[in-house]
Design a protein around this ligand. Structure first.
Ligand code: ADP
Ligand code: MN
Ligand code: MN
Ligand code: MN
Ligand code: MN
Length: 336
């Protein structure tokens, strides 16, 4: 049966890459990524190649059923240059150590955004809605805006087989979150990017854009958007030791610049020390501390210092491939 394959990739825009995709029809498809052919696209239209030699290559790396089209799949791809080497925009290919003993739970926050007013859903045409307070995990038309989009996205992710673990309305009006859990840096990144793709596409139906910027309302009293990275490896999961938790937290101290470099654009606007963040200039960790760079969840303390950590610094627009990769690299430098 004719099958629609949506080849998805990340463009070459800096500092934040966007999703691009196009459809390929094939006669037959097994559903297995290894049976998919490479394809090509015009890199001169995506900031990935000069017009004179514009072909870039799409290499399929992750495939799930497309829950919104008949007889269709979503195909996450890496971008290669014409010579077959990873393109410089290909963050997935830079994952040096895709250690599947590392588990990630990303909390992806975002704003549902009205493109005609350039404001979040729930914001009046003039001025602002009531101050933050009632919106987080709210119910009711006074405080929760855009739930039909969020629900449709949740169903689509589940039908695609993505490991969504939950959703919630966030602190700002029109702001929401979904959580996805996966093992290994590549798998975690693939799942987040495909979930972002589905959200963007569902938004189209409603004329609602997704704003991934980490501080879309500027320095007003509105929360920014993060992508908290919860992570663990066997050492953390079976630590039974406060000292091990502290040593792993300490491993991030000399890596602050390296981490911040991939934790998303404009993070200085978000990591101000206010709105449940730590200052971008500081490094701190603490039990249950939502004002720290890294939070030690109470869960870990309650489980005799075993479990996971939450790096609260990655922002909503960060590339999860790069975030996961730097976490694996950094944890492996811990002096245990
Ligand atoms: P928060 O209280 O920060 O809002 P959430 O419930 O939104 O926390 O997200 C916490 C995430 O932590 C979960 O979605 C889950 O995927 C992740 N998580 C739980 N246990 C582990 C673990 N052992 N390793 C990695 N991630 C984990
Ligand atoms: Mn053409
Ligand atoms: Mn959360
Ligand atoms: Mn949140
Ligand atoms: Mn969190």
């Amino acid at each position: 049966m004719a099958t629609k394959l949506e080849y998805i990739w990340l463009d070459g825009y800096k500092p934040t890459q966007s999703l691009r995709s196009k459809t390929k029809i094939v006669k037959e498809f097994s559903g297995k990524v290894e049976d998919l052919d490479n394809w090509s696209f015009d890199g001169s239209s995506t900031e990935q190649a000069p017009g004179g030699s514009s072909d870039c290559i799409l290499k399929p790396v992750f495939v799930v059923p497309d829950p919104q089209r008949k007889s269709a799949y979503l195909v996450m791809c890496e971008v290669l240059s014409a010579d077959g080497k990873p393109h410089e925009s290909n963050g997935r290919a830079t994952i040096a150590d895709d250690d599947n003993d590392f588990w990630f739970g990303f909390e992806q926050e975002y704003f549902l955004w009205d493109p005609s007013t350039s404001k979040p859903l729930g914001f009046p045409a003039a001025g602002y809605p009531a101050p933050q307070g009632p919106y987080y995990c709210s119910v009711g038309a006074k405080n929760a805006f855009g739930r039909e989009i969020v629900e449709e996205h949740l169903d689509a992710c589940l039908e695609a087989g993505l490991n969504v673990e939950g959703i919630n309305a966030e602190v700002a009006a029109g702001q929401w979150e979904f959580q996805i859990f996966a093992k290994g840096a590549k798998e975690a990144g693939d799942q987040i990017w495909v979930a972002r793709y589905l959200l963007e596409r569902i938004g189209e139906k409603y004329g609602v854009a997704i704003n991934w910027h980490c501080k879309p309302l500027g320095q007003l009293d509105w929360n920014g958007s993060g992508m908290h990275a919860n992570f663990s490896n066997t050492t953390l999961r079976t630590a039974n030791s406060k000292a091990i938790f502290e040593a792993i937290c300490e491993s991030f101290r000399p890596a602050v610049a390296e981490c911040i470099a991939v934790y998303g654009a404009d993070n200085d606007q978000r990591l101000t020390g206010k709105h449940e963040t730590a200052s971008i200039h500081d490094f701190s960790y603490g039990v249950s501390d939502r004002g720290a760079s890294i939070r030690i969840p109470l869960y870990a303390v309650d489980h005799n210092w075993s479990g996971y950590l939450e790096d609260r610094r990655p922002n909503s627009a960060a590339d999860p491939y790069k975030v996961a990769a730097v976490i694996i690299k950094t944890v492996k430098t811990a002096k245990l």
